[in-house]
Design a protein around this ligand. Structure first.
Ligand code: NDP
Length: 325
């Protein structure tokens, strides 16, 4: 495993990490999640990602049960939660979502309970909240850090302007600024990481924990000939994701990419994840996996990414046509 510093902090995260969105408590049970987290940890993964909203808190409860069962040395891994969406989706009452001091504090306490840990290593604002001032967010995160309930705080899918405001407020108040952003990054979604966020990386030294490196599995090639019954896009209620991803032009690009994977004697999934961690602005790529076979395949990205020469990267750019100009 390779470890990268989270931006300019002293914290080292494994360049591949493991997250539980959709999977825990929806697709996999306790015994499968135990095997998958064990496999990840045994391969050097030291960061497990979660959020209050994942399966209405049940994903964190499942991860908490696995962590309790494993009884790993708490200093050997990092765990995260994210707040914003609340537990109840459309049925959230006022103050049960957003980034107010009340919700951020209550969400943090609830995540600690569900995950059965004394502190969160990373705590994210899962989205920006137009109804709460950034000063309130910065003050709350600072309090949670001082109370020892969280160690580092960050943002997910915030705009550059919002992130810069958080940094200037923190500087003005002498408080701790966000140190990581969690954006989507994969061969289809490149603009934020490769263009929009560049000034942030340069000026604030934030790290990134990127999500959906396989675009929910699309970049593994598994959807090239239809939707397998046991896959994410076959799940009821995920039609919105299916509509976003299953498009003929996207599938054609994935089919063409297979040639590059074959030339490297690897698979599409391994190649697509290797491509993500080839970008030095990526601190860690959070893997999703419902099966041991998938996770083993995805971990091979560590061997492939040093083999991505400028010529191969250009070949990939030409096929995908998604490189920001
Ligand atoms: P991916 O894009 O890697 O998609 C993972 C899914 O793809 C798996 O669950 C599996 O689904 C399928 N898959 C994975 N590996 C393979 C393989 N080798 N072959 C075939 N299929 C494969 O990541 P996620 O979208 O799951 O995102 C990763 C993590 O990022 C999440 O768990 C979460 O922690 C975080 N996240 C954060 C968000 C945010 O807003 N901050 C948003 C979304 C995710 P299946 O077996 O069901 O087909």
């Amino acid at each position: 495993m390779e470890y990268r510093r989270l931006g300019k902090t002293g914290l080292q995260l494994s360049v591949l990490s493991y997250g539980s969105w959709v999977t825990f408590s929806k697709q996999v049970d306790d015994s499968a999640s135990d095997i998958l987290m064990g496999l990840a940890y045994d391969n050097g993964i030291n960061f497990f990602d979660n959020a209050e909203a994942y399966e209405g808190g049940r994903s964190e409860e499942m991860m908490g049960r696995v962590l309790r069962q494993k009884n790993w040395d708490r200093t050997s891994y990092c765990i995260s939660s994210k707040a914003f969406f609340g537990l109840h989706g459309k049925n959230n009452k006022p103050n049960q979502h957003g980034l107010s001091r009340k919700h951020l504090t209550e969400a943090c306490h609830a995540a600690l309970k569900r995950l059965q840990v004394d502190y969160l290593d990373l705590f994210y604002c899962h989205r920006a909240d137009p109804d709460t001032t950034i000063e309130e967010v910065v003050r709350t995160m600072n309090i949670l850090i001082q109370q020892g309930k969280i160690l580092y705080w960050g943002t997910s899918e915030w705009s550059v302007a919002e992130i810069i405001e958080a940094h200037s407020v923190a500087k003005e108040l002498g408080f701790i600024a966000p140190v990581m952003e969690q954006p989507q990054y994969n061969l289809f979604e490149r603009y934020k990481m490769e263009k929009e966020y560049l000034p942030i990386f340069k000026d604030t030294g934030m790290g990134t924990t990127i999500w959906s490196p396989l675009a929910s599995g699309l970049l593994s090639g598994k959807y090239n000939n239809g939707i397998p019954a046991d896959s994410r896009l076959a799940i009821e209620n995920y039609n919105w994701l299916k509509d976003r991803l299953i498009q003929e032009d996207k599938l054609n690009k994935v089919r063409k990419l297979e040639k590059v994977a074959n030339e490297l004697s690897t698979t599409l999934a391994t190649l697509s994840i290797a491509w993500c961690i080839h970008n030095p602005s990526v601190t860690t790529a959070i893997l999703g996996a419902t099966k041991e076979k998938q996770l083993n395949e995805n971990l091979k990205a560590l061997e492939i990414y040093p083999k991505l020469t400028p010529e191969i990267m250009k070949q990939i750019d030409d096929i995908m046509g998604t490189k920001p100009v």
